[in-house]
Design a protein around this ligand. Structure first.
Ligand code: ZN
Length: 376
């Protein structure tokens, strides 16, 4: 390998006077069959005005990396497509090294343009390491991709996103979809008060399902030992399903319930009615329906639904925003499912930074061009 004529600082790339020589080093390059190619070179050290004594910049590798750029490009490309053990076998490196390489290449190549022109964003959180750690995501609805990942899941986490986005770009935002958790809602309210919050209807329905299930379990406990209690125990799926998805048997179960347990049947109707309220096309109609629903629920003598009524009342504007816009967190959830699969792979990574890099690598619309064979 020939040295560049004038050495440059490895950190900033500016020309700098040579300082001394360093012993030769090896860079791992691509492989041909079972043969791995290594580059050998003795880089000089330079004295940079800003960074002091540093190893000179080399054209074939990132500073501080012992892999060539071509090799790292291949690692990133494979990590977007292959499972963990395939990558490790094909490249002959361990998984942590893959994590380190991905972290560096994503940091270097992440386009600042991804935060330009954002209008509709979705925010969500995701557990990692069996729920001991969390990352928060910001998704661009229009381009269906992850544009930002932060560690944690509280208000401050999302604050960091707005810090990076800056005031000008924040002004361009119009809508933010999210579930009903308070942290994100607060952050958006503080940092981008003009943005319309859109609460995910499926999360609202999930809360109704949970309320219904709480009522069912209470009834099961009260009827324990009796024939009816046993029947209630088996009614779970009939109750939680949408009516049009019920099997004949489940439909029968439900009509039976109507006669035998009015409390639980009332809870069922409340759950269904809330969902129907969000089916309206006209926000005004939906608004009236939700008001009536909240009244009904709070007087239903079913504590879980009375509680839900308060939640719905508090988030009504954001729920109506769903009716108005039809935006759900669906895009975000879809990406989340993909990331959940990634998180199992990322389990072996040392730190959340590598997980973050993996998410941006696979769901951030990044492209890599490894040296692949070209037909002659
Ligand atoms: Zn420098």
């Amino acid at each position: 390998m020939h040295a560049q004529r004038k050495p440059r600082c490895g950190v900033c790339g500016r020309p700098a006077p040579g300082y001394d020589a360093s012993p030769g080093r090896l860079w791992r390059h691509l492989a041909l069959g079972q043969t791995i190619f290594w580059l050998h070179y003795a880089p000089r050290r330079v004295h940079c005005r800003e960074h002091g004594v540093r190893v000179e910049r080399v054209a074939w590798a990132a500073h501080d990396s012992s892999f060539t750029r071509a090799f790292e490009e291949l690692v990133a490309w494979q990590a977007q497509r292959l499972d963990k053990s395939s990558i490790c076998r094909l490249l002959g490196i361990n998984w942590r090294t893959v994590g380190t390489i991905i972290e560096r290449i994503v940091e270097e190549r992440l386009s600042p343009g991804r935060l330009e022109g954002l209008q509709i964003i979705g925010v969500d959180e995701l557990g990692w390491k069996a729920g001991h750690k969390y990352v928060s995501l910001v998704v661009d609805h229009l381009r269906s991709r992850v544009v930002w990942v932060g560690e944690g899941k509280n208000e401050e986490t999302l604050d960091a996103f707005f810090d990076e986005l800056g005031e000008e770009r924040t002004k361009e935002l119009t809508h933010a979809t999210m579930d009903l958790s308070a942290a994100f809602s607060k952050a958006v309210g503080n940092r981008a008060p003009h943005v319309r919050k859109v609460f995910d209807r499926f999360h609202v329905q999930k809360l109704a399902n949970e309320a219904l299930d709480t009522v069912r379990r209470q009834e099961v406990r009260e009827q324990a030992g009796s024939q009816e209690g046993k029947a209630l125990k088996q009614s779970r799926w009939a109750l939680l399903k949408n009516p049009w998805n019920l099997t004949v048997r489940q439909g029968e179960k439900l009509s039976e319930l109507k006669k035998t347990n009015q409390t639980l049947y009332r809870a069922y109707l409340l759950k269904e009615s809330l969902a129907r309220g969000m089916d309206y096309v006209q926000p005004k109609r939906a608004s009236e329906h939700l008001d009536k629903w909240c009244q009904w629920a709070s007087h239903s003598r079913l504590a879980p639904f009375a509680k839900l009524a308060k939640t719905v009342q508090r988030h009504k504007d954001g729920i109506l925003a769903y009716v108005e816009t039809g935006l759900s967190n669906g895009v975000v959830e879809g990406i989340n499912n993909k990331i959940r699969a990634l998180s199992r792979r990322a389990y072996g990574f040392r730190n959340p930074k590598a997980f973050r890099a993996m998410i941006l690598l696979c769901c951030g619309g990044m492209e890599f061009t490894p040296p692949l064979p070209v037909a002659a």
